[in-house]
Design a protein around this ligand. Structure first.
Ligand code: 26V
Length: 809
């Protein structure tokens, strides 16, 4: 393969001519991207095969991370980085007259996830491979990722995201490894040789086709696999129900319904909705994934009882909980296990991560729907529930209330979190505070039943993608200061503390950060024709739009600031640029209204020449991994302002911190752990804490109307939501937003935290004036961010939950 620049250049030129039949000079950026993809794939291939072979030969214990989402981001840059050839390829291309950055922009960003949960799965894969841990992803190859967002007239408009349009160089279709997944049908039971025989008839049968993507370990030859499944009728469809009468049109309908299973990713909504197609997707993932795991296991020639010694199956939230009854089905119906044996194996194989405490987001499937779609799986869930409740009756005689809270099937609903906890050996939350809330509140009865299952694993992020790749100038500067060890061991960044007062280093870091701001300013100018001042404070909130994340609090503060500037145009404030980026679920009316409000405020502010030197508001459309990589390195302020107790962890908070932004935040999620390290000097805290929020909720004593009446700043901005004037044109108003915070007992405490939020922003303004103190804070943030490396998180999962070890080939 290419070991040096010259051999790379030779290979590149040869490949270009042979694959595309073009002279080098005529190659486009897209051609460069494609050829690089092919070369890298060729280079990865042998290591990939070796890793698999060697894991198999060593009978190594492996983890399979099941997730409905893998938000992997663009692959080219990261693969070059992890292979250790980034600089060489960049230089080589430059000598040939090409620009690597431009080629990178040609890659479609696969949006196979909604936000934090999907991105976490991707960071985990990166960290598993980097540490040579045998761990693979198992997911769905959606033909359409999360919708593409356009802002038209201030409103969000959704377009389909056909990310596969130009093919995908990173995947390999493994047609030979397809498996069959069955839906519907009738279950027949009979007895043969004293054993219960189960047969399913008249089912709908579909093929699951795996597409494998290599996950390259940074600095080693270890390559794991992300296996994404696609639903297809296959060349010789097996017993399609709809084609029984032989009609060609029925046949086509059958084809379409099969393909719809892996057609698109569901957007995460404000409230969970039990949609049948989503249930189909979940079972499709679980059944296909498990069959392939067991096929690999079977090759080891070990008895099925040893499965938990060799295989760990992890479920990312409750979405893949059907692995539990599906594993039971395979063990009972296909491997001939007794119920007790099967349950013993299953509950030692599966572990589960919870990602939310919002009760409205908890998955519950209507029993009737599940029964019709998956009759055998339903029988197994019923049996799990019956045995579970019998055990509870023994343990808690007479405690009806407690037992009904624990039950897996309750009324007409199947509670997936209850099934996940009952059927797994480990349950973890994603930040210290979140885990405590699970144990003491949301899942208290389960914690009392199974205290040994509960544990915390604070989330992390890949410093390779979010620092080295996204912010190469900063990475270089860190290496200049403390050497290269931090690259393999990001905790070593703590060594930067001693540079927090070093004038030379401070000057350099200021320059790097300013360059990043200039780059983002250029992007904003190109995309939106808005000029933003690189010397203003870049104040950024970029994340999914949801009421609990309180983008609205941010908007109300902006409106207030603008009102102040109108009252006093010569007010002495440090110029601010407020940047937003966020997608709202298509059916989430309130969230979409908030997007419109942000854009309405942006229009009013940006049009006003009187404040142009002091304030700008920008909404960047279509937030995605690649856009995040542009925004985050340029942020001075990171807005992490969720209502305390609602954000399980947050991972954006960690990405901003690692890039030297300073957080304004509540004591929520992982912000709590950030604050423990950084202290009050290096973070701007405000608002109620989780305990206070809970107490208000218990007492029911929060009265937003009272705040509206006594705080004139609040009254002014609230009234501006519904009356024409500074922001709203005649006939335009934001009634729903107004009502949501004033007339209902706003569970997100927006007005309650307003005053302390405004105060925290005043502190930011003051602090920014002292440039060297600000830079020190920024350095302190970077220095402490190693704790949030997903390498560390994964080590904790590996030793504390999965019991897997690094494998050296
Ligand atoms: C729910 C639904 C329901 C309807 C269909 C689509 C869909 C997709 C995802 C979800 C679950 C959302 C849960 C989630 O994303 N939690 C986030 O997980 C992050 C990683 O642990 C964490 O940092 C965030 O705080 C948490 O909100």
């Amino acid at each position: 393969m290419f070991d040096n620049k010259e051999s790379f250049k030779d290979m590149f030129k040869k490949e270009l001519v042979s694959q595309l039949g073009k002279p080098v000079l005529q190659a486009t950026h897209a051609d460069v991207y494609r050829i690089l993809g092919m070369l890298i794939r060729e280079r990865i291939g042998p290591d990939w095969a070796n890793t698999n072979q060697s894991l198999q030969a060593a009978k190594a214990r492996q983890v399979y991370y099941f997730s409905m989402e893998f938000l992997i981001g663009r692959q080219l840059g990261n693969n070059l980085l992890n292979l250790g050839v980034l600089e060489m390829v960049r230089d080589g291309l430059e000598e040939l007259g090409f620009d690597l950055a431009a080629a990178e922009e040609e890659e479609n960003d696969p949006g196979l996830g909604n936000g934090g949960l999907g991105r976490l799965a991707a960071c985990f894969l990166d960290s598993l491979a980097a540490q040579q841990l045998p761990g693979h992803g198992c997911g769905i190859r959606y033909r359409y990722g999360l919708f593409e967002q356009k802002i038209i007239d201030g409103h969000q408009v959704e377009l389909p995201d056909y990310w596969l349009q130009r093919g995908n160089v990173w995947e390999v279709c493994r047609e030979d490894k397809k498996v069959e997944v069955r839906f519907g049908g009738q279950v027949h039971m009979s007895e043969r040789e004293n054993r219960l025989q189960i047969e399913l008839t008249d089912y709908e049968s579909i093929w699951a086709i795996p597409y494998d993507i290599p996950v390259v370990g940074s600095g080693s030859s270890h390559v794991n696999t992300l296996r994404l499944w696609s639903a297809r009728p296959g060349n010789e469809p097996i017993k399609p129900l709809a084609s029984k009468d032989g009609s060609y049109y029925n046949y086509l309908n059958y084809y379409r319904s099969v393909e719809s299973i892996s057609e698109f990713l569901y957007p995460d909504d404000s409230e969970y909705e039990g949609k049948q197609l989503r249930l189909k997707q979940q079972y499709f993932l679980c059944s296909a994934g498990l069959q392939s795991v067991l096929r690999t296991y079977d090759k080891l020639g070990l008895p099925v009882q040893s499965l938990p010694d060799k295989v760990a199956v992890h479920i990312n939230d409750t979405h893949p909980t059907l692995v539990i009854p599906e594993l039971m089905r395979i063990l009972l119906d296909e491997k001939g296990c007794s119920w007790e044996q099967a349950w013993h194996i299953t509950t030692r194989t599966v572990s589960y991560t919870n990602h939310t405490t919002l009760s409205e987001a908890l998955e519950k499937w209507p029993a009737g729907m599940l029964k019709q779609l998956l009759p055998r799986i339903y029988m197994i869930i019923e049996e799990i529930n019956t045995r579970f409740c019998a055990m509870l009756l023994q343990r808690y005689p007479g405690e009806q209330e407690r037992i009904s809270q624990l039950a897996i099937i309750y009324g007409d609903q199947i509670r997936m979190a209850n099934l996940a906890i009952a059927g797994s050996y480990s349950v973890n939350g994603v930040a210290a505070l979140h885990t405590e809330i699970l144990k003491n509140r949301e899942m208290k009865v389960f914690y009392e039943l199974y205290p040994e299952k509960f544990n915390n694993k604070t989330n992390g992020i890949s410093h390779r993608r979010w620092l080295i790749h996204a912010n190469p100038e900063l990475a270089r500067l860190i290496t200049e200061a403390i050497g290269t060890r931090w690259i393999a061991q990001p905790q070593e960044m703590i060594g930067l503390i001693k540079y927090a007062g070093d004038p030379g280093f401070m000057e350099k870091i200021t320059e790097v950060r300013r360059n990043n701001k200039l780059k983002l300013a250029k992007y904003v100018q190109e995309k939106l024709s808005i000029h933003i001042d690189p010397d203003s404070i870049f104040d950024v909130q970029a994340k999914r739009l949801h009421a609990y994340k309180r983008q609205l609090l941010n908007v109300l503060h902006m409106m207030h600031l603008y009102n102040q500037l109108k009252d006093n145009p010569s007010a002495d404030i440090v110029p601010r640029t407020f940047l937003f980026s966020a997608k709202a679920a298509p059916g989430y009316y309130l969230a979409k209204s908030i997007i419109k409000l942000i854009n309405t405020v942006a229009d009013a502010v940006n049009r006003d020449h009187a404040v142009r030197e002091k304030m700008k508001v920008v909404f960047l459309e279509n937030y995605s991994v690649s856009l995040a990589e542009k925004i985050i390195p340029a942020a001075d302020i990171s807005e992490q302002i969720s209502t305390a107790g609602k954000e399980a962890s947050g991972t954006g908070n960690m990405k901003f911190m690692m890039n030297g932004s300073i957080t304004i935040g509540t004591l929520d999620g992982a912000n709590v752990e950030m604050h423990q390290m950084l202290g009050d000097d290096n973070m701007f805290l405000f608002g109620l804490n989780a305990k206070q929020v809970m107490e208000h909720n218990q007492k029911g004593d929060y009265c937003p109307r009272h705040i509206y009446e006594v705080d004139s700043r609040v009254k002014e901005v609230m009234d501006q939501l519904i009356h024409p004037g500074r922001f709203c044109a005649e006939g335009q108003h934001f009634e729903a937003i107004y009502q949501s915070v004033l007339h209902h007992q706003d569970e997100f405490f927006v007005l309650k935290d307003f005053s302390s939020y405004v105060e925290a922003h005043l502190q930011i303004d003051l602090a920014y004036r002292n440039a060297s103190e600000w830079t020190k804070k920024s350095i302190m943030n970077i220095a402490h961010s190693g704790k949030f490396s997903s390498d560390q998180t994964i080590r904790e999962y590996a030793s504390g939950i999965w019991r897997i070890e690094p494998h050296v080939t």
